[in-house]
Design a protein around this ligand. Sequence first.
Ligand code: DHB
Ligand code: FE
Length: 278
Amino acid sequence: MAEIVGQISTSHVPAIGGAIAKGLQQDPYWKPLFDAFPPVRSWLEAKRPDVAVMVYNDHGLNFFLDKLPTFAVGAAASYVSSDEGWGIPTIEPVEGDQDLSWAIIEGVIGDEFDVTMCQEMLIDHAVTVPLQLLWPGRSAPLKIVPVSINTVQHPLPSPARCLKFGQAIGRAIARWKQDARVVVISTGGLSHQLDGERAGFINPEFDALCLDSLVNDPARLTKFSVRDLVELSGTQGVEILNWIVGRGILGSHAKEVFRNYHIPISNTASAVQLLETA
Ligand code: DHB
Ligand code: FE
C-alpha cells in the first residue's frame, strides 16, 4: 500500500534559482531563506520518500494563455526543465512515476475531476527551485508526478474546488497498489503581487491565517473566493491554491512539524511549511 508521509509547501521565487547559481546562500539577504531548509532536509533524509506529487502552477512555459487547463496531471517518463524568461539555470531531467500518474488520472476522473493528461510536460521554476532547495547540488532522489493548477488566467478554480481536487488525488493515492512512500510538495505563494499599482504588496496577517488554517482547518480557506484571495494576498498570492490542493491530498488530520516565514524574498512573502498526517 502507498503511504503519504507528509506535505512540504514552499515558495518558488525564480530569484532563488539565481542565488543558488551564484552561491549566495550565506549572503545576508538570502541566508534567512536558505537557513529554513536544513530541518526539512533532515526530515526527508529520515522519511526517504520514493515519489513526490508536486502541486504547482505553470508560468507560461508548458501552457500559455491560448490553452490553459484548470487542472493538469503529468504522465511522462521524464520531465525536462526550461527557463520561461527569468534567466535562471535549468536542472537535469527529472524522472516521472508513470504508474502513479495514471493511478491519479484514473482516480480523479472517476471522481469527476476531468483533468488534462500530459504525456509530455515541460517544468518551470515552480518545480525546479523547490527541488534545488530540498536536494541542493544533486538530482532529487525520487520520481515525481507534476500536478499543475491554473493560478494564471481567470477564472481560476475556487479554494473549495482545490481542496476537493486534492482530496480526490489523496483517495487515488490511497488506492494505488504500490508499496511506495509519497511526499506532497506544493509550491508558490505566499502573498505577492508582481504587477500593477499594488506591485510589492505583502500581507503577513493573511499569510499567518493561511499557515494556521492549513494545519488544523483547511476548510476555513474555502470560505474565501478567488477575488478575496487576490485582494488579501495579491494577484500572484493566489498560488496558495497549490498549497490548498496539497493539503487536500494529505488528508483530514495534520500536525505541523516545521514552519518558516520570511519577508521579503524578491516581491514575495516566502514560507516553508512541513506537515505530517496526524
Ligand atoms: C516571483 C514570485 C513568483 O511566485 C514567481 O512565479 C515569479 C516571481 C517574485 O517574487 O519575484
Ligand atoms: Fe509563481
